[in-house]
Design a protein around this ligand. Structure first.
Ligand code: FAD
Length: 392
């Protein structure tokens, strides 16, 4: 983490749009550099609201994300007090037998399962310890102007309009970014998005009757089945968030309880007693599959006035477990550039745009590829260098 601004230096007035994972982390980085940050979030404070269905409940945190959390002094809290290490993939065959594939047997590195709400909450809570961060929940950005740095918000509770000005506007407002929509009006701004034909639905394996894990916890469990797959990540309360990825047309075909149970008996037999038939039916028909989109765009900035980070700049499909991690890394890269250019915003934004897009495009392509690996290639003979669960 780089140094604070000296008293003589201009403190920027920064508006961050989006108080999700990346926006709330960026607020900490900028505030710790001495800038004044206003964080505007469309929804209510996540700490006061129950989890919205359809958004992943837990996430795999990797070294990129850990580095950023370390910079803002939160790595220990996340890793040692909350994160659950996942040291290997645990592959579930159709007959219910399993085997483990370690991520990094040489150096024993691993990824951590962390709760989205918890992570977002501790980032927001940490910002309350800094005098130069203001948080505005229930504020939806409707319009922005990069020439004069003005932003228009709608207050969701009163429907009043609010206009504010900022030296720098940072769009951390996710895959369907409103800041990015404004950028699309700029000449030479390139944009593409790709929906994949697969959607996802979240299910749950509850804790056992004694409150413990029903499966070995230090693994990312995968049921690869060729054109579709199911995965499970452990939660702090010993439950598992289970995510079924499958083409939308297959979701649609499973339109009765009988068909659902037949489908699970055929492909995910060992998961039925873990989830429980009743809960499986309730959760499957209680929700609807969500779409997955990948976004590529560039440049990420407009002069010294506006910047996109996180999913707003580069939403990726989730199969590489790197969307949030790459967004967190955006914040680390930015902080290094603020340090390098002594807080000269125009130089910082230009180099960020020029340097970052290649990495973002690469992560996006790897994530698309990794879906084929996770759901299919992992089962192929080239992966026969397997260790049994007992060996591992
Ligand atoms: P978001 O989390 O989308 O936050 C954007 C915020 O902006 C939201 O709070 C939203 O309310 C707010 N907002 C939107 N519009 C406006 C507006 N007009 N005005 C004000 N506020 C606005 N990544 C990983 O690294 N590891 C994983 O294991 C992983 N698993 C995933 C599993 C699934 C099923 C999915 C879908 C994604 C997964 N990801 C994972 C990706 C990760 O969720 C995203 O990359 C991450 O949430 C991006 O954070 P963000 O802050 O950029 O965007």
């Amino acid at each position: 983490m780089s140094n604070q601004l000296g008293d003589a230096k201009k403190k920027l007035n920064v508006a961050i749009v989006g108080g999700g994972l990346v926006g709330s982390l960026e607020a900490l980085y900028l505030a710790k550099r001495g800038h004044r940050v206003s964080l505007y979030e469309y929804r209510d404070d996540i700490r006061n609201t129950p989890l919205a269905r359809g958004r992943s409940i837990n996430l795999a945190l990797s070294i990129r994300g850990r580095r950023a959390l370390k910079d803002v002094g939160l790595e220990d809290l996340m890793i040692n007090q909350h994160g659950i290490p996942m040291r290997a993939r645990m592959i579930h065959r159709p007959d219910g037998t399993t085997y483990a594939m370690p991520y990094d047997p040489r150096t024993n590195q691993c990824i951590y399962s962390v709760g989205r709400n918890y992570l977002n909450s501790i980032l927001l809570k940490e910002s309350e310890n800094l005098d130069n961060v203001e948080r505005y929940f229930n504020h939806k950005l409707v319009k922005s102007n990069f020439k004069d740095g003005s932003l228009t918000f709608m207050k969701m509770d009163t429907k009043e309009s609010l206009q504010v000005n900022a030296d720098l506007i940072i769009g951390a407002d996710g895959a369907f970014s409103t800041v990015r929509k404004e950028m699309m009006k700029q000449p030479l701004f390139n944009f593409s998005q790709q929906y994949i034909e697969h959607g996802y639905l979240e299910l749950c394996i509850p804790a056992d009757k004694d409150g413990g894990f029903q499966m070995p916890p230090n693994y990312l469990h995968i049921w690869p089945r060729g054109n579709f797959m199911m995965i499970a990540l452990p939660n702090q309360d010993c439950s598992w968030t289970v995510t079924l990825f499958m083409p939308f047309k297959n979701f649609k075909e499973i339109n009765s309880e009988g068909k659902l149970l037949d489908f699970f008996k055929k492909y995910f037999q060992d998961s039925i007693p873990l989830i429980g038939e009743k809960k499986l039916i309730e959760d499957f028909f209680g929700g609807s599959p969500s779409a997955l989109v990948a976004v590529k765009c560039r440049p990420y900035h407009v002069c010294d006035k506006a910047l996109l980070i996180g999913d707003a700049a580069h939403a990726v499909v989730p199969f590489y477990g790197q969307g949030m991690n790459a967004g967190f890394e955006d914040c680390t890269v930015l902080d290094n550039l603020f340090q390098k250019y002594d807080d000269d915003v125009a130089s910082v934004l230009e180099e960020f745009s020029n340097a970052r897009w290649r990495d973002a495009f690469a992560v996006s392509d790897l994530a698309m590829y990794n879906y084929i690996e996770m759901r299919d290639l992992v089962n192929r003979p080239s992966y026969r260098l397997r260790k049994s669960v007992d060996d591992f």
